[in-house]
Design a protein around this ligand. Sequence first.
Ligand code: CP
Ligand code: NVA
Length: 312
Amino acid sequence: MKDLLRTADLSRADVDLLLATAADFAVNPLMASSALSNKTVAIYMTKPSTRTRLASETAVAHLGGTPIFIRGDDLQLGRGETISDTAKIISEFASALIVRTYAQSDVDELGRESSIPVINALTDDDHPTQLLADWITIQENFGKDISGRKFVYLGDGNNMSHAWLIMGAIMGAHVVAATPEGKWAPDADVIAQAREIAKTSGATIEILHDPVAASKDASVLYTDVWMSMGDPEAERAEKMKVLKPFAVTQELMSLTEKDSIFMHCLPAHRGEEVAADVIDGSRSVVWREAHHRRTTIQALLYHLVRGEVKGR
Ligand code: CP
Ligand code: NVA
């Protein structure tokens, strides 16, 4: 597999390999400090980023390479140069491209038209690198035997909910997305794909619209911002109202398992999708998730450039 364009590109064996290497990089960040020596990695972002940008730039540096950060409007792409021509030029100069933008189809095209590995660092539809960090955090808390455990995403049926369902399906987990019905539910084709993957992995995919039922006996409550980058401001008031029952509060946490954890990809809005006493409380693992962003992106770059990620 040349690129990581979608969470669904990954096989179970790929995830196992990437998480094992990420654990090694956590212990010894400079274990492969010449893997990208004399090489550059382009990081092109048309949306803001704190964690993914810092994690990506430090990952490249730890592999001995040089990151080249390119902001959205820096490229001639904004002045009508095609994605295809841009992909060919970036391939001339860089050994990999990490890209964050709006349309999944743009990232897919960059992957098709580049000769170098392209990594999706968030689109409107997906966030595969986040889920690598999330899953290592899950294993850190519960080990690898997750039978009988329920992993629940609550809130907006956005890119994070998609990545959550697909990664849970790959990992054979009981995953739940509890969202409002209608336009803020996860995309039907993502749900179908998760169910398809579940047929061979043994996962259980549940789509619910009741946050209380979803939270009962959960091992994880995961949430994300209610207004994602690029969401229409005109919908804010309605969306906040519809999503209110899905806010992760101590009341919902009290329904979960005794050893349950709270997860959030960050950035967070305390008092909206999560109560401050939950995200800042003892069950919150949000800083561990953020910590694992660098090691997992480092592992991904390392194996992708070496052609060792095989795909599903
Ligand atoms: N979780 C995450 O992707 O954070 P950033 O938007 O800050 O990169
Ligand atoms: N759903 C959020 C995730 C941020 C990491 C967004 O797309 O803005």
